[in-house]
Write a protein that binds this ligand. Structure first.
Ligand code: CP
Ligand code: NVA
Length: 304
């Protein structure tokens, strides 16, 4: 199990490997769109364990695995023994003995780490409370397609210091850009992670300071999955952290707007911005498919 390669955060691949993965995803997208059939994962199975809701992640992994010639199996915690308290370690041993790759969306990040430690096949983090690395593969791919290399650029993440923020922070290091983070006091990203990525990030408590002259603006929901009870308190805390046209005006003229989706129009982002000309949110969503196909190929057959 120790030789098995996992993708739990962006730090599990080197910068060079991530660049290669993005280039491969762009190539696979073009080939797929030109009608090429490519089935390197024929007869293989992806187990998809979901303990939280999903639209994009489920559809992209399931469609992607099918397109690669394999099969994807949807496992909800509601109707597996995982949801009834079977230990993660036991579940990992059993599930990984029958499939070729596993994808997990869950709460605590330690759950995917424990699963990976006891899995005989690659494990992919499809979102935990702390990280969402698959989303960043699609986001980096989208930036490259629209603007070229992101190295040396500056991005602004506006909003909660959550799983998306943490993965943007990791991306800043791995892809060589600077990340300005604007969040309300009390909603900062993880202190340890901030310290370790100190030279790649700058923390602000004012949106306007953070977005001045940046090449990309991104945001996320104010209350993530599992925080539904905090929705009202968070609406108050985040009310001056909405990305609207006035905020986008402060960024570079050709700055892109990104959002992992699902979005709440007129909460974290105005309809004018998310549905406007700088927004690339639909490309980001579609690129989940292509980026994850490249990831599945890399984890199961090696980097191409
Ligand atoms: N962005 C994202 O992961 O979307 P889903 O929650 O719909 O999978
Ligand atoms: N931060 C959000 C991302 C959803 C894709 C959440 O965890 O709910």
């Amino acid at each position: 199990m120790s030789n098995t390669r996992h993708f739990l955060t962006l730090m599990d691949f080197s910068s060079a490997e991530l660049q290669q993965l993005i280039a491969r995803a762009i190539q696979m997208k073009q080939e797929f769109k030109s009608g090429k059939i490519y089935e390197p994962l024929k007869n293989m199975t992806l187990a998809m364990i979901f303990e939280k809701s999903s639209t994009r992640t489920r559809v992209s992994f399931e469609a992607g695995m099918n397109q690669l010639g394999g099969h994807a199996m949807f496992l909800s915690s509601r109707d597996t023994q995982l949801g009834r308290g079977e230990p993660i370690e036991d579940s990992a041993r059993v599930i990984s003995s029958m499939v070729d790759v596993v994808m997990i969306r869950t709460f605590g990040h330690a759950i995917v780490e424990t699963f990976a430690a006891h899995s005989s096949v690659p494990v992919i983090n499809a979102l935990t409370d702390d990280f969402h690395p698959c989303q960043l593969l699609a986001d980096m791919m989208t930036y490259v397609e629209h603007r070229g290399d992101i190295a040396g650029k500056t991005a602004a993440y506006v909003g909660d210091g959550n799983n998306m923020c943490h993965s943007w922070m990791n991306a800043a290091k791995q892809f060589g850009f600077h990340l300005n983070i604007a969040c309300p006091e009390g909603y900062e990203p993880d202190a340890k992670l901030m310290k370790s990525l100190d030279s790649h990030i700058t923390l602000y408590h004012d949106v306007h300071d953070a977005v001045k002259g940046v090449d990309l603006v991104t945001t996320d929901v104010w209350a993530s999955m599992g925080q539904e009870d905090e929705q009202k308190i968070r609406e108050q805390a985040f009310k001056s952290f909405k990305v609207d046209s006035a905020v986008m005006e402060l960024a570079n003229k050709d700055a892109l707007f990104m959002h992992c989706l699902p979005a709440h129009r007129e909460e974290e982002v105005s309809a004018a911005v998310i549905d406007g000309p700088q927004s690339v949110v639909w490309d980001e969503a579609e690129n989940r498919l292509h980026a994850q196909k490249a990831l599945l190929e890399a984890l199961v057959t090696g980097l191409h």
